[in-house]
Unconditional design. Structure first.
Length: 292
C-alpha cells in the first residue's frame, strides 16, 4: 500500500497517512541520528487484550488492511479525554521538532500497548503526543510512535545491568541486543485521525550524565521521520524526584540546560492530574523526509 497524500482543491493542504510498505518494514528497526550533530517476537498484550507485536502490526497490513488491523489490535489511540485535548491545544508549534540520538538502550521491544508500566512504582504520568506535518500543521494519522525510558532508579528494561552505569560502551546510533527479559516502560501506539497517541507510564528517573527524559521514535509515510527526546520542567522534576521511590536515588548530576541533547521544542507541558501528572507535547515532523 503506497503512502496516501490527500490535497484539498482549495487549500492544497495535505493529510498524510502512514504507508507500511517494505521500506517502512526496513526502517522500523533503523537507528536514529540527530540531524544537528552525530551522536519477530510475539509478546503479551498486557492491558488491551490480544497478543500482538509490532512486526505483526506491520506485516498484517497487506492482508487485513491498516484500519482493520489497528482496530483488532487496539493499537490506535482511543477517545482522547477533554483535559488532554485542551493541554495538547497549546503544547506545540509547526516548527520542525529537533532530533536527538536514540541513546544506547533502544531495541525493538514488540510491545503494542498504551499502558507501559508493568507495575513499576513511580508517579503516574498520562502522556499525550500529537504528530503533525511541520509544513502544514495538519495531523499525521496512522504513524507508529514508540517511547521508552528508565524507571525511578534510572534503569532500562532489557538492559538493567548495563544501565546502572548509564552506558553500554557502544555507539549511540545502533540498536542494542537485550540482556534480560524485562520490557517495562517500553511501548508503541498508532496515531488516531487527529494525529494523537496516548500512553500511561511513570515519571522517569535519572542516571549519570542525563537529565530526566523520554525517548520517542516516529515512523510515517513508510519511513522513520523523527527520533527525539521529551524533557520535563525542572521545578516539577525537583518535586517528583524528592518523593519515593525516586528519593532512593539521590545526587542527580544533570539538569536540562546542562544536558547535551536538550533543545528548544523538547520541553513537555505537564499539569497535576490527581495523584500524578498529565503531560502533552506536539511533535512536528516532515513525513516526506527520512529523519535519520
Amino acid at each position: 500500500m503506497d503512502a496516501v497524500v490527500l490535497r484539498s482543491p482549495r487549500s492544497q493542504e495535505r493529510l498524510v497517512t502512514a504507508a507500511p510498505a517494505e521500506d517502512f518494514r526496513r526502517s522500523v528497526r533503523s537507528s536514529c541520528e540527530g540531524t544537528e550533530r552525530p551522536e519477530g517476537t510475539q509478546v503479551r498484550h498486557d492491558h488491551e487484550g490480544r497478543r500482538v507485536s509490532r512486526r505483526r502490526l506491520i506485516a498484517g497490513v497487506s492482508s487485513l488492511g491498516l484500519g482493520g488491523l489497528l482496530s483488532a489490535s487496539g493499537a490506535r489511540a482511543g477517545t482522547v479525554t477533554t483535559d488532554l485535548s485542551s493541554l495538547l491545544a497549546g503544547a506545540g508549534t509547526c516548527r520542525l521538532t529537533p532530533s536527538a540520538t536514540q541513546g544506547p538502550f533502544y531495541f525493538d521491544a514488540g510491545k503494542i500497548r498504551s499502558d507501559i508500566r508493568e507495575g513499576k512504582p513511580g508517579v503516574r504520568l498520562r502522556l499525550g503526543i500529537r504528530i503533525q506535518d511541520s509544513a502544514t500543521c495538519r495531523p499525521v494519522r496512522d504513524a507508529v510512535v514508540e517511547i521508552w525510558h528508565c524507571d525511578a532508579a534510572g534503569l532500562y528494561s532489557g538492559a538493567e545491568k548495563e544501565s546502572k552505569g548509564g552506558s553500554l560502551g557502544k555507539p549511540l546510533m545502533t540498536d542494542m541486543t537485550p540482556t534480560d527479559d524485562k520490557r517495562y516502560l517500553r511501548g508503541a501506539q498508532v496515531t488516531n485521525p487527529d494525529g494523537i497517541v496516548q500512553f500511561t507510564t511513570i515519571w522517569p528517573g535519572w542516571y549519570p550524565g542525563r537529565t530526566v527524559h523520554i525517548h520517542v521514535m516516529v515512523h510515517a509515510s513508510d519511513r522513520r521521520v523523527l527520533c527525539t527526546q521529551l524533557m520535563f520542567d525542572e521545578a516539577l522534576n525537583a518535586e517528583v524526584l524528592a518523593r519515593p521511590p525516586y528519593s532512593a536515588n539521590p545526587g542527580r548530576d544533570t539538569v536540562n540546560e546542562k544536558d547535551e541533547d536538550y533543545r528548544d521544542g523538547m520541553l513537555m507541558t505537564a499539569v497535576e492530574d490527581g495523584d500524578g501528572y498529565l503531560g502533552a507535547i506536539v511533535l512536528s515532523a516532515d513525513p516526506d523526509r527520512d529523519g535519520r
